[in-house]
Design a protein around this ligand. Structure first.
Ligand code: AMP
Ligand code: TRP
Length: 329
């Protein structure tokens, strides 16, 4: 039987952090055998906010190396760079022409990002979800493994697929989000009421980057915001402790009851020590693999060329089909 197809993407902006890893990339890696996988570094999404071109280019390759270091296996998964396949932006245009403005203006990510960057709200940022729908629909993907913040965008991609199929004939697979029970929303260490995000990189104790050293990890976890209750339990109302326990759970893979039992007689000091230790050990192989891979640029380019070739085959066929169905010559 043919395997269902998974597609997901990640932006090459800022440094990939623990939220990206636990909410998305770790799951891509762990389910590689169950699906036919396509993973994409979405650099065309990155330019919806101003970027330094030289840094964007470097970060794009760095992120590809990091995804391999995290365990994306080129024998099991296609890995490629979005801007190398022109059909993403071409299909995005077709989808833009059938997406109501009202739907786009409801997107919370647009509202957040435009509030944070009031001086640079460009049309691309508003239209961002159509490019994301194009990414997913171009490969007729069944599942999209993401963190919780992307659920609304995937719902929009579903609506768009359904509308296109209804108006122009059956073409796209209607995709489903794959969102993990744990880790789908890792919060900022400095402020556990806000999700961990790359755009808060000006705050040094906000996020743990996948290339942070053990010392940096210990320091950041020590400074993480908790509360004054002193009880260690999975209580969503106490966001700081809940976040630390969730991170711990993602690495140690025990259930909530046994984790609460482990800490029942301990204080926040011990909790923080063990959380830091779990992160350091969990990220160690990634940091080591990354430091080697980043020096093997030829190998990296070979994998990305191969990835782009296999993506291109599917993209060409689907785009030609969609274009013809809309009456474009
Ligand atoms: P981005 O950095 O926006 O390109 O996100 C890449 C992936 O990481 C997406 O699937 C996001 O949903 C996921 N992600 C981003 N931030 C978090 C977070 N704080 N917790 C869990 N998942 C996240
Ligand atoms: N919008 C996603 C994010 O910010 C990244 C992304 C772009 C994506 N295209 C995608 C994720 C397609 C899944 C599928 O995290």
């Amino acid at each position: 039987m043919e395997k269902a197809r998974v597609f997901s993407g990640i932006q090459p902006t800022g440094n990939i952090h623990l939220g990206n890893y636990l909410g998305a990339v770790k799951n891509w890696v762990e389910s590689q055998d169950s699906y036919e996988n396509i993973f994409c570094v979405v650099n065309s999404h990155a330019i919806t906010l101003p970027q330094n071109p030289k840094i964007l280019k470097e970060k794009t390759y760095d992120l590809c190396a990091m995804l391999l270091a995290c365990g994306i296996d080129p024998k099991k998964s296609t890995l490629f760079i979005q801007s190398q396949i022109q059909e993403h932006t071409s299909l995005a245009w077709l989808l833009t022409c059938i997406t109501p403005m009202g739907d786009l203006s409801r997107m919370t990510q647009f509202k957040d990002k435009s509030q944070k960057n009031p001086k640079s709200i460009f049309a691309g940022l508003f239209n961002y979800p159509n490019l994301m729908s194009a990414d997913i629909l171009l490969y007729k993907s069944h599942f999209v493994p993401v963190g919780e913040d992307q659920k609304q965008h995937i719902e929009l991609a579903r609506d768009t697929a359904i509308r296109f199929n209804r108006d122009f004939g059956e073409t796209f697979v209607v995709p489903e989000p794959l969102i993990m029970k744990e880790g789908a929303r890792i919060m900022g260490l400095d402020d556990p009421t806000k999700k961990m995000s790359k755009s808060s990189s000006d705050k040094p104790n906000h996020a743990i980057s996948l290339i942070d050293t053990p010392d940096e990890i210990v320091k950041k976890i020590k400074k993480a915001t908790t509360d004054s209750e002193g009880v260690i339990a999975f209580d969503k109302e106490r966001a700081g402790v809940f976040n630390l326990l969730t991170i711990y759970q993602c690495f140690c893979k025990q259930d909530e009851v046994s984790i609460e039992a482990e800490f029942s007689t301990q204080g926040y000091g011990v909790l923080k020590e063990r959380v830091a230790e779990a992160i350091i050990e969990g990220l160690r192989p990634i940091r080591e693999a990354y430091s080697k891979l980043i020096l093997e640029q030829d190998y990296l380019h070979k994998i990305l060329d191969k990835g782009a070739q296999s993506a291109q085959k599917i993209a060409t066929t689907t785009y030609a089909e969609a274009k013809a169905k809309m009456g474009l010559i």
